[in-house]
Design a protein around this ligand. Structure first.
Ligand code: NZQ
Ligand code: ZN
Length: 384
């Protein structure tokens, strides 16, 4: 096992009606800026619940953060928060609103010229305004980690930062708020969470049986719950199970002490920049192709994945690997996310620039540092 520090400071408040706990989580002397997206929280009553829980508080509102939140919009929020002298940021919505809120919180305490430096030159975040979260879309794990992904379209960039200071102080997870998710966002959430687990699991063995089995438990639970939510989207317990899986998938626990490979996310982010696909739509396209390409390097774990997660009992390892990748791709398709670029009418030749851009920025990626420009191109061709 590799050495690690596990440090997760987010208080999770989970269950029906828990938004009413807000008054026990934020002190009354703090001026709050509530940050939201395009309006889903109005339609499902979450906004009303938040406002009623915050009765008697000083609250201002900032709306309009987009999916794949934009730097420019975040900077408008920074401006308003400065003018209004707020002390606390409350994110209400999905991962995009929360990532934006984390960036805004870091920007508010930044003394340099442009806080984009946290993303493109890896400048360290020294201090942040505290962030609280009410999550309405289980997917990213952002509710319990220090990551944020921000886009800057004018520069064709979608970049991430990661810092334990960016963990929300608390996250309220009420599965009832997720009952209004449509099929597309529900599928996106399941696929994103599944692939977060895969990127912390599907590398090579460093003798971490506990982390492996925890990862496999999340994968198996998602495989079990996905058809249930499709058949009965209004079932509270199914939504609750998916929500808890998504948090566990990326709260850094299963990633402790293991070798990770975030290539699928890196390639996926480039596809979102180039073609505007949803985050999880890109991942469902890239991962099956990446595993086909890396089947030798990842062979041991692929066999384990096939046997333990998909119960494939064939004796030949090649056959287990092939079936495991097919079953995983079938699972994504069944959930609602196609696994080929052609499903979105995207030509592979229009994606190859992603390989060049990523290689020039990050060098060779993958757990063995053996995925360079030519390999990314080959992976994209396998996803044609
Ligand atoms: O904007 P509103 O109106 O709120 O609508 C949103 C949005 O249109 C809607 N929605 C959210 N909750 C809903 C709802 N609709 C109905 N009922 C509800 N309860 O769903 C749409 C998508 O929301 P978004 O927040 O964009 O989705 P998600 O949570 O999947 O976040 C995706 C973003 O997170 C980043 C991605 O790159 C992408 O930018 N990621 C962040 C990570 C992290 N911080 O750790 C890791 C991930 O790998 C990912 O990269
Ligand atoms: Zn993701």
């Amino acid at each position: 096992m590799q050495s690690f520090t596990f440090y997760n400071t987010t208080k999770i408040v989970f269950g029906k009606g828990q938004i009413s706990e807000l008054s026990n989580l934020i002190s009354k002397d703090q001026k709050i800026m509530m940050i939201a997206g395009g309006g889903s929280i109005n339609k499902n009553g979450v906004y009303d619940q938040v406002m009623s829980a915050l009765e008697g508080y000083k609250v201002i509102e900032f709306w309009g953060l987009q999916p794949n939140p934009e730097y420019e919009k975040c900077m408008e929020a920074v401006q308003l928060a400065k003018e209004e002298k707020v002390d606390f940021l409350l994110s209400v919505g999905g991962g995009s609103v929360l990532d934006a809120t984390k960036f805004i919180a870091a920007a508010l305490h930044y003394e340099g010229d442009d806080p984009w430096a946290f993303l493109d030159s890896g400048e360290e975040i020294k201090s942040m305004m505290p962030v609280g979260c009410i999550l309405t879309l289980p997917a990213t794990g952002s509710e319990s980690n220090g990551n944020a992904v921000i886009s800057r379209s004018e520069r064709n960039q979608k970049l991430a930062f990661s810092n334990p200071k960016a963990m929300p102080v608390f996250s309220i997870l009420d599965p009832e708020t997720t009952l209004t998710l449509d099929d597309r966002q529900t599928a996106n959430g399941i696929v994103d969470a599944f692939i977060h687990v895969m990127e912390q699991y599907m590398t090579y063995d460093v003798n971490t049986p506990l982390q492996d089995r925890q990862a496999e438990a999340i994968l198996k639970t998602l495989i079990e719950q996905a058809p249930k939510v499709k058949a009965n989207p209004n079932d509270y317990n199914t939504r609750a199970n998916i929500m808890w899986c998504a948090t566990q998938a990326l709260n850094t626990l299963i990633g402790s002490g293991v070798v990770q490979d975030w290539s699928t996310h890196m390639i996926g982010h480039e596809l979102t920049v180039l073609h505007g696909l949803d985050h999880a739509q890109t991942l469902a396209i890239v991962l099956p192709a990446l595993l086909k390409h890396q089947r030798k390097q990842k062979g041991g774990k692929l066999v384990q994945f096939g046997r333990r997660v998909w119960d494939i009992q064939d004796t030949g390892e090649d056959s287990v690997i092939q079936k495991a990748i097919e079953k995983m791709a079938g699972f994504f398709e069944e959930a609602g996310n196609p696994t080929q670029l052609s499903a979105y009418d995207i030509k592979v030749d229009d994606c190859l620039i992603a390989a060049k851009r990523l290689f020039e920025r990050e060098g060779k990626i993958g757990e063995r540092g053996d995925i360079g420009q030519a390999e990314i191109e080959a992976i994209l061709r396998l996803a044609e």
